[in-house]
Design a protein around this ligand. Sequence first.
Ligand code: NAD
Length: 313
Amino acid sequence: MKIAILGAGAMGSFFGGLLAESGQTVTLIDVNDAHLQAIREHGLRLETGMGDRRISSLETCRPEQVTAQPDLLLVFTKTLHTATALEGIADIIGPDTLVLTLQNGLGNVETVARFVPEDRIVVGMTTWPADLAGTAHVRSHGFGIIRIMAADGQERSGVAGIAEALSKAGLRCTVDQTVWQAIWEKVAFNAALNGICAVTGCTVDQLGAVPAGFALASAVVDEVIAVARAEGVEADADHCRETVAHAIAQHVGHKPSMLQDVLAGRTTEIGAINGAVAERAGKHGIAVPCTEMLLGLVRLIEARMKADRQPTS
Ligand code: NAD
């Protein structure tokens, strides 16, 4: 399978490294020249439970340099960059290219569908974590899973082929028609923990310091799951709350990506998470005050960071 990965940051490099290691032909496409050049010169340093090694078989290029049409295009930009990134490589999406999004948040299929017919979009959810430990150096720990399905709900052999390739790379992927439940439950988890940590600066475990931490997370989970159910998705609030409690107890020192973005002065994915939930809640007439409060606060932080970046005259 010829695989191209659009957005070769933490997740794109991790997936790309494992897929290349399993024998697939993988091209990483990114706009981060230093990262791409270091991979070309020294290979990608991949640190996982399977060891610390360098992968030297990865092709790398900027969007404007890509020419070959991939069988599979895996989108791993942050959600706010998806449309621009797809615009940059629209020419290489061939009639047989399948496009897989495992990005967090809601609205990813709709964005990809602006560039590819829905019958060639594959949507999924992954619990694999990855961090960029440095230029051309990616780290992941523990184990995760991937669940995918065709975005139009049909059973397609191409989707099974993708699952097989990902599993062969050790990424444990299954085809599962209940993907939307998993996506919404992860959105609930992220809307609560990412939002609260981004606003407070707390690591995940620090949310357990006072009862209000879990209570607020729990209220956000309830709101998001109510919206999921109104959308016809059988998401489970109790299961989500257990996952949140487990993360608070176990993820000592972990800074969720939204907190990392705030600390680095970057725009966050709050729009695709709390923002998308609030928008859908509005359509169903459901009140989501805690979700909206976190959305507003993170938007304020982003606006303040933007103002801080302006040169003073
Ligand atoms: P990241 O910021 O590490 O990587 C994104 C990459 O996209 C960067 O290398 C950036 O340079 C690149 N990019 C930006 N604009 C581009 C463009 N126009 N063309 C090509 N490349 C472009 O982000 P990440 O942590 O890898 O997350 C990617 C997605 O996966 C997000 O939606 C995130 O929520 C989701 N996710 C992340 C994790 C995790 O543990 N990191 C886990 C599950 C899901």
